[in-house]
Design a protein around this ligand. Structure first.
Ligand code: ADP
Ligand code: ADP
Length: 230
């Protein structure tokens, strides 16, 4: 089953800077794809097109059989299917950890508070944050905040998870706990696309590694093959 199809996606800015130069990629159900490449090569821009966070001028994106359009209903549907975790956790600072996780399920999915909280507590347990449920984001370490952000995205029960440099803003000692959480999510069968510089994670968890440079995909390979290239 194809979960993501990107066909010849092109994007450029008014100043003629061409950030995506015809990028195509297919991701199947349960697959974990890691995207690597130098800063400014278009990695973040590319994955942000998958959930309509980034407009583009040419090409097509099809998510789980639904073609992305400019229709608001369509974008709403796609965003429910595609969860995203950012470099800067983007938690709501004035809400408790628990309320960060239940906010979208209650307001977007219209779940009853009790149901949303029960599911949120399960997710917080899974990412190892249960004891922090009633604290505020500022009271947590960066690694804990990022795991809350993962739980928050999962609370919407997405079919696909996107990670945009999820460990780049973290102190070294907190990177592992976030990568371990991502790894167990991958092992649970989640379809994932991760922009990251973490070679260990890519080697161990990725089904395929994509290398981007200058707004293009230069190489797609199995990690064993990718990292053995001279
Ligand atoms: P990566 O994730 O690989 O670091 P990005 O997708 O963030 O790359 O790349 C964005 C590129 O697009 C950068 O080179 C950035 O300078 C450029 N860019 C972003 N916004 C604009 C803009 N409004 N006008 C021109 N260039 C932009
Ligand atoms: P990040 O690194 O967080 O992805 P960027 O550096 O790509 O962010 O972009 C941050 C903001 O600055 C965005 O709103 C982007 O559109 C704008 N921007 C980035 N590069 C340029 C550029 N070369 N010209 C104009 N705006 C830019």
């Amino acid at each position: 089953t194809l979960m993501i199809t990107a066909e010849n996606v092109e994007k450029w800015y008014d100043n003629d800077f061409h950030v995506l130069r015809g990028v195509s990629l297919q991701v199947t159900l349960g697959e974990v794809v890691v995207i690597m490449g130098p800063s400014g090569s278009g990695k973040s821009t590319f994955i942000r097109t998958f959930n309509a966070l980034e407009p583009y001028q040419k090409g097509n994106i099809i998510i789980d059989g639904i073609k992305l359009s400019h229709d608001l209903k369509n974008i709403e549907t796609i965003r429910r299917e595609v969860g995203m975790v950012f470099q800067q956790f983007n938690l709501f600072p004035h809400l408790s950890v628990l309320n960060n996780v239940t906010l979208a399920p209650i307001w977007v999915r219209h779940w009853k508070k009790e149901k949303a909280e029960a599911i949120a507590m399960q997710l917080l347990e899974k990412v190892g944050i249960l004891e922090q449920a009633h604290k505020y984001p500022a009271q947590l370490s960066g690694g804990q905040q990022q795991r809350v952000a993962i739980a928050r995205a999962l609370a919407m029960q997405p079919k696909i998870m996107l990670f945009d440099e999820p460990t780049s803003a973290l102190d070294p000692e907190m990177i592992k706990e976030v990568l371990d959480t991502m790894k167990s999510l991958a092992e649970s069968g989640m379809t994932m696309v991760c922009v990251t510089h973490e070679v260990g994670f890519a080697r161990e968890v990725a089904d395929r590694v994509v290398f981007m440079d200058g707004g293009k995909i230069i190489e797609i390979a199995h990690p064993d093959q990718f990292f053995n290239n001279p």
